[in-house]
Write a protein that binds this ligand. Structure first.
Ligand code: HEC
Length: 333
């Protein structure tokens, strides 16, 4: 079978390196493995610590989009407040509330599949709620509740609930045949795994059903694979139509992701939330908001510190953000 030249890329974030490295020999679909940021980062030794006042300014601009209050600067100058204390104050300010909501809103935008009725902000509201209430960040994928426009939590009882996965936006914004595009997006967003779909030759009849791809050596490497197989993952969402409604009398089939099996979105949420890939995506998400770039390969120690702190805090995003803005790296240049 002749196919056109294809771009084949598997990109992954720092914590995925081990798993991808172990898989690399069997990865039929990877031409290039890129372990995270490609930005040049100066070695830590060449960085100089900035003054507390300057660091406070940087922190205030990042967390509130405003310069620090004169009174806060005066307290730092007189040695009456530490950066640690001021970080705590900024992180409970109304301005931070707004800034952090915007971080999340940017992740979920209308697509050509959403309609005017789609509640596009529902996933961002849920994430924001988890942050502001100091809940376990993994609830983003496992919550059995949603959050309305007034920020009030409502338990979901009419369908299987799995945080932002079971929102209408989550099920409607990316679909395509057999939910493969949905699965592709899921891997990029929650596991940091990017598989670039191949371009199919137009002049050939190829069986593109799940069984067809499973039996085609050129396709099975990406489509049927217990770790990141697109079709194996897509089956978690098989019982939903393109509008995001649950198909009547549908029974969730066996599905798998990252070597774990289950049925339906709540199982997928639970599986994904327990992985290092998800943790690493969360850490990278906040790191990027504060440092304006991805974590670089040579920052493995910095990553492990952050990951340790995040886990020890019970996965509180606010604790992670505080850890970043009070770190030496943040206050250095
Ligand atoms: C490099 C990995 C990779 C390989 C190899 C691969 N695919 Fe895919 N394929 C994907 C990904 C990823 C998606 C989901 C697209 C996305 O991310 O939005 C996809 C989606 C698809 C879709 C759904 C497109 C849609 O819009 O509904 C079809 C059909 C498909 N692939 C067919 C094939 C066939 C046939 C082969 C073998 C000739 C193949 N693929 C090989 C990664 C791959």
């Amino acid at each position: 079978m002749s196919t056109e030249p294809m771009t084949r890329t598997a990109r992954t974030s720092l914590a995925n390196l081990a798993i991808i490295a172990a898989l690399a020999p069997t990865l039929a679909c990877t031409g290039q493995i890129d372990g995270g940021g490609s930005v040049d980062t100066p070695p830590p030794s060449s960085l100089e610590r900035m003054s507390d006042l300057l660091c406070l300014r940087k922190m205030a601009l990042d967390l509130t989009h405003r310069a620090p209050a004169p009174e806060a600067m005066a307290r730092v100058e007189r040695g009456e407040a530490t950066l640690d204390q001021l970080a705590d104050e900024l992180l409970v300010s109304p301005e931070f509330k707004q800034v952090s909501f915007d971080w999340m809103r940017q992740e979920f935008t209308p697509t050509n599949l959403t309609t005017a009725e789609t509640d596009v902000e529902e996933p961002a509201r849920l994430m924001h709620h988890v942050l502001l209430e100091d809940r376990d960040w993994r609830e983003v994928l496992t919550a059995t509740y949603t959050v309305d426009k007034d920020g009030v939590e409502h338990e979901i009882t009419d369908r299987p609930a799995a945080g932002i996965l079971s929102t209408r936006y989550g099920l409607q914004s990316t679909v395509g045949s057999f939910r493969r595009n949905w699965a592709g997006r899921f891997e990029r967003q929650f596991a940091g795994i990017t598989l670039v779909a191949v371009t199919l030759p137009l002049d050939q009849m190829i069986d593109v059903s799940p069984d067809g791809l499973a039996g085609n050596a050129a396709c099975a490497g990406c489509h049927v694979h217990p770790t990141y197989g697109i079709d194996s993952l897509a089956r978690f969402a098989q019982c939903y139509d393109d509008h995001g409604d649950r198909i009547a009398d549908c029974t969730d089939p066996d599905a798998s992701f990252l070597l774990q099996t289950g049925r339906g979105l709540p199982d997928l949420g639970r599986i994904a939330a327990s992985t290092n890939e998800f943790k690493s995506q969360a850490i990278n998400f906040f790191f990027k908001r504060l440092f304006g770039r991805e974590l670089a390969r040579e920052e493995a120690a910095y990553y492990s510190d952050a990951a340790g702190l995040f886990a020890a805090s019970g996965y509180q995003a606010r604790a992670l953000i505080k850890h970043f803005v009070t770190s030496e790296a943040y206050c250095s240049r």
